[in-house]
Design a protein around this ligand. Structure first.
Ligand SMILES: C[S@@+](CC[C@H](N)C(=O)[O-])C[C@H]1O[C@@H](n2cnc3c(N)ncnc32)[C@H](O)[C@@H]1O
Length: 422
């Protein structure tokens, strides 16, 4: 979906992360009145009508392409929960230096080692590692800690209140190393986890450790040069002695689709190379054979819809991710850790099969040279867990911009002191 003058109801619903039903309700109650497409009578919206939504401001901003920016110093990152390196590669591409990466999964750690023999990969449970010796040597701590509850009842929390969770480990390492900025990444679901209390608790703990936490933001990968509708929640904490703000990356106007991921074009200079891939069981293959590109279970004959969906058939809701065949002209739906699992099928547009490992990696914008260690199932898991590389690079540029400002301020202060001493 590029930027254009008119949008359909389902496109606006998607841009806003709302359901089509909500949009219809807004049309009926006047909150956002739709126009009617003359031939079909479908609801459509003029781009100008979308100005009322702050989160869509990029549609009206001419200055949306992130320019590359060079680091004005050697900026060190400690990457926790590093997986197969999606975030780490993106940060590296932005000019940051990963001085250590921690990961518990053997195959993911092996992936990091085979691709970057010079990286300091610390394989093992984060709980067993101390970084006290690194205090003052690290500019950025990053980490996609898995989301777990801890209790928060509106009062200020201390670090110990989160003990036993992986967020505790993230915050503990931040406290041990005292970076200028820390960045957590997570699923959108963290916003509503325990009715929002888990996130509030995390913010309260980081605040107590001396970090000013910015309003968390959900970044949509499609606006950061990624041919996939993936979302990541970003949580940013800035050490309180630093007065500068971190600016989230600005969305790009150019939207990439599956075609860009798998064929030679603006994203990759060659067609996708061959690689191993999973297969659908025969029963699923027969079903998916009946689905056109861009279609899903609703494209089946009614009896097969009921048979395939079972109880879900009667539960309502779109479930457009089930028995889905992706079209060349759309970004892929979010990839999961196993490509043939029920409810999240993302079938190749022309062939009735899941995406191969290399296709998966391209949809997550990994470079073709990046190899994955372990059995094929471990490749899919590592790729499915990753932050898309291109989105990570944009986050990296924002970090570099922030650190450049801090560096400049430090240099100016040092200069002023030198002048005073002359
Ligand atoms: C969401 S993935 C991170 C993806 C990564 N940032 C990327 O972009 O590729 C979370 C990772 O945390 C790792 N992990 C989970 N528990 C851990 C622990 N106790 N210690 C270290 N790593 C852990 C998982 O193995 C998984 O690879």
């Amino acid at each position: 979906m590029g930027i254009k003058d008119y949008y359909s109801l389902s496109e606006v619903a998607e841009l806003l992360g709302k359901s089509p039903e909500t949009l219809r309700r807004w049309d009926n109650n006047g909150k956002l009145t739709a126009l009617r497409e003359p031939m079909s009578n479908y609801r459509i919206y003029k781009k100008e009508q979308l100005k009322i939504f702050d989160e869509l401001s990029y549609l009206f901003n001419n200055d949306t392409e992130t320019s590359t920016i060079s680091p004005k110093g050697s900026f060190n990152v400690l990457e926790l929960f590093a997986g197969a390196g999606g975030l780490a590669i993106g940060l590296e591409q932005a000019g940051l230096k990963c001085i250590a990466l921690n990961e518990i999964d053997h195959w993911a750690a092996e992936t990091l080692r085979i691709n970057r023999p010079n990286w300091n990969v610390l394989e093992g449970d984060i709980k067993d590692l101390s970084f006290i010796s690194q205090k003052g040597k690290i500019d950025v701590v990053t980490g996609g800690f898995p989301c777990q509850s801890f209790s928060y009842a509106g009062k200020k929390l201390g670090l110990e209140d989160a003990r036993g969770t992986l967020f505790y480990e993230f915050a503990r390492v931040v406290d041990e190393t005292r970076p200028k900025i820390c960045i957590g990444e997570n699923v959108r679901g963290l916003l509503s986890h325990d009715s929002g209390d888990t996130l509030k608790g995390m913010i309260s703990i980081l605040d107590g450790l001396g970090y000013r936490v910015l309003e968390p933001k959900v970044l949509k990968a499609i606006y950061f040069k990624v041919p996939q509708k993936r979302e990541r929640l970003i949580l940013v904490g800035i050490r309180k002695d630093i007065e500068y703000d971190f600016e989230y990356p600005k969305p790009s106007k150019q939207i990439f689709t599956l075609k860009h991921a798998l064929k030679k074009g603006d994203l990759y200079s060659t067609d996708v190379p061959p690689s191993p891939g999973a297969k659908y069981p025969e029963s699923k293959r027969k079903i998916l054979d009946l689905i056109p590109p861009g279609g899903y279970w609703r494209d089946l004959p009614l009896d097969l819809q009921k048979q395939y969906m079972q109880k879900s058939f009667y539960l309502g809701g779109g479930k457009t991710g089930m028995a889905r065949r992706i079209s060349w002209e759309e970004p892929s739906l979010t990839l999961t850790c196993s490509p043939a699992q029920k409810q999240t099928e993302r079938c190749h547009p022309d062939e009735t099969r899941p995406f191969t490992v290399r296709e998966y990696a391209r949809i997550q914008t990994f470079p073709d040279e990046w190899e994955f260690a372990g059995p094929v199932s471990a490749h899919y898991k590592q790729i499915g867990n990753a932050v898309p590389v291109n989105m990570a690079r944009e986050i990296g540029f924002s970090i570099v911009k922030f650190l450049n400002l801090v560096q400049k301020h430090k240099e100016e202060n040092e200069l002023a002191i030198q002048h005073q001493n002359v």
